[in-house]
Design a protein around this ligand. Structure first.
Ligand code: ADP
Ligand code: MG
Length: 350
């Protein structure tokens, strides 16, 4: 028996953290949001396989931090596990930049408010800075990842298929929609092969953000909902389809427009989704509605110390400490809107 070489260990663990184009986009976008960016441009070439570039106008990275920003487990966001109790950022593991470096060619260009001029850092596979040069960038950070999975030929080949490319691209668009909805103040653009394919301006609230993202027709069918309680502290805000609305207008055949957030983090919450569908679908004849998902958004705000977001590398699975109370609060909202007819059996969530 022998210990695996460090570069093998790095590649093995990094390729579990960074599994797809959408995964890279999510990590970099969340870094930009954590840096307070209000404008983020996502630029892809060849569906992200050739280039994934995320430009933000956030705080930037100081020269001291830049030296270690992509070294595994270096983070500016927490100091110890206890800090997760007070976590206010999307990131905390210090894994994304280092993992992306292990599977792509990465350069980071950044400028803080104090810097006279920006700097472009070229990183190697271990996340170390190998060279740097001045750059004419405004305040903020641009991370550019070229040739994703260049050293994982099976994976690169898997994603290079045009059908898969389009699937991934749709996932990127869905992801951006989720952040566009939950962050009304954020300006976003998505560019593919030099063509701007989607953009969202800064707007004032969630309703306008839904309008900008889903279009006025979808929003005309939505009603704002609100629930607030103490002990346990739960605050729910969202938009649900108006009761009795034509099902085909207010719902979608897959869950890509059922946006569920916990503390503004897009999550897969099967229990919440199941509850929502049960009450929503109970209004409709089984055959017309069975496979449908409501077009809606729901943000469940709970104290940070009462959720565990560290279940999966992509942080989309979470645990509530007070799950029963959270589900009861969501149910209260649903009952007040759709009545208590929740007997409808719905197919399992995919
Ligand atoms: P984490 O987000 O878990 O801290 P990352 O590997 O994603 O880990 O990033 C490492 C560090 O690099 C962050 O903690 C942050 O200090 C810095 N960083 C990364 N991206 C940006 C960005 N867009 N703007 C400012 N700082 C950034
Ligand atoms: Mg991060």
């Amino acid at each position: 028996m022998r210990q695996l070489p460090a570069d093998t260990v790095r590649l093995l663990s990094s390729s579990q953290v960074i599994t797809s184009v959408v995964n890279v986009v999510k990590e970099l976008l969340e870094n930009s949001l954590d840096a307070g960016a209000l404008r983020i441009d996502i630029i892809l070439e060849n569906y992200g396989l050739e280039r994934i570039e995320i430009r933000d106008n956030g705080l930037g990275i100081t020269a001291t931090d830049a030296a270690v920003m992509a070294v595994k487990h270096y983070t500016s966001k927490i100091c110890s596990h206890d800090d997760l109790e007070r976590l206010e950022t999307y990131g905390f593991r210090g894994e994304a930049l280092s993992s992306i470096c292990a599977v792509a060619e990465v350069a980071v260009t950044t400028k803080t408010a104090e810097d006279d001029v920006g700097t472009q850092y070229m990183l190697d596979q271990t996340g170390r800075v190998v060279s740097q040069k001045p750059s004419h960038l405004g305040q903020g950070t641009t991370v550019c990842a070229l040739k994703l999975f260049k050293n994982l030929p099976v994976r690169r080949q898997y994603y290079a298929n045009i059908k898969k490319c389009k699937e991934e691209f749709k996932k990127v668009q869905d992801l951006l929609m989720a952040y566009a909805i939950v962050k009304p103040e954020l300006r976003l653009t998505l560019t593919h092969n030099k063509v701007v394919v989607w953009q969202k301006a800064k707007v004032s609230d969630h309703r306008m953000a839904l309008m900008a993202t889903l279009g006025p027709n979808a929003v005309a069918h939505l009603l704002p909902v609100h629930h607030q309680q103490e002990q346990p502290e739960i605050l729910i805000d969202g938009f649900f389809p108006k009761p009795g609305m034509d099902c085909s207008l207010a719902s979608s055949s897959n869950p890509d427009k059922t946006f569920i957030f916990v503390n503004e983090r897009p999550v897969h919450q099967k229990d919440v989704l199941k509850l929502v569908r049960q009450h929503y679908l109970a209004q409709y004849p089984a055959d017309s509605a069975r496979s449908r998902y409501p077009i809606m958004m729901l943000n469940i705000a709970v104290p940070v110390s009462s959720v565990d977001v560290n279940l999966t590398p992509d942080k989309t699975q979470i645990l509530f400490h007070n799950k029963e109370e959270v589900l009861a609060a969501v149910e209260t909202l649903l009952v007040s809107l759709y009545g208590s007819g929740s007997s409808a059996e719905v197919p399992p969530v995919t």
